[in-house]
Design a protein around this ligand. Sequence first.
Ligand SMILES: [Zn+2]
Length: 324
Amino acid sequence: MAGTLSVHEFTVGSSTHVLVDAGELGGWDGARAAQNIRQFARADSALWGQLPFRRYVFLNLFRPGGGGLEHLNSTLLTSRFTADAPSGNLRWLNFVSHEYFHAFNVKRLRPVELGPFDYEKPPSTDALWIAEGLTSYYGELLVARAGLERPDDWLVSMSAHIATVQNAPGRLMQTLAQSSLDVWTTGTSGVGQDLAKTVSYYDKGPIVGFLLDAHIRRVTGGARSLDDVMRNAYAKYAGARGFTHDQFIAVAERVAGASLREFFRRAVFSTEELDYADALDWYGLRFAAPGDAKARWMLEVRPDATPTQQAHFRALVAATVPAL
Ligand SMILES: [Zn+2]
């Protein structure tokens, strides 16, 4: 990246991190953005128990467009957000946190089909809900676990995914696995597809992550979670070889100590409606206004949530790192 660069450097554990801003407009507070990034990077480090690089660079380019691209030890961010959306902007943090999580999930732990690449043939995998969907799930969750947003803010993000999926008929026409396989023929990276006919793994993926996490917590009495699945999968498959869809499911079943065949059949390999009941019950949540067409998928904490349910929800979203 060339030009007039503004560089903010910080460390997490023993890893150097660098935020490099280019083309920033007035109102951008790079120092504050770097501090926020540092905070969720610490939450990532707490989740994984390590950071797999000595130096990681956020190449943050302000220009029209949008989107990010993950690399092993850096990410290229195209940031539209300027003076009208300050650096604490949760949407921006969720986006950057997503790209950073890719350093673990996709760049090191990946579906077996995603590398090494044959640049003359598009790779085909049915596991982009893991690669992208779970990255969105954790990208948003780690912003909450960093203490950068309130649990209610996290519920707003998850509710937006749920509303997108539940309000479009595409969920009844394309499975999550098929949406991944069709990425080269029905859309661009799963973004901007016709939601009347397709489902996006960027929306249904994080929802299935939320439901799977709750399911594992429930069947293990809160002893294990999706965090354990990710750590175990990383320990077993990160590196040169990658995992097959079946291998990832097998890791999840070992962590759960139970068969998850029916869960995955329904959530990933069928167009049946998702079942939210168990997750809502485990965390003490409800849909706030089921009778209201616009707000019916908005999650909120039940006013009568028991102390046990409240503790379950805190275990999911409460800060895991002290404030800076
Ligand atoms: Zn991504």
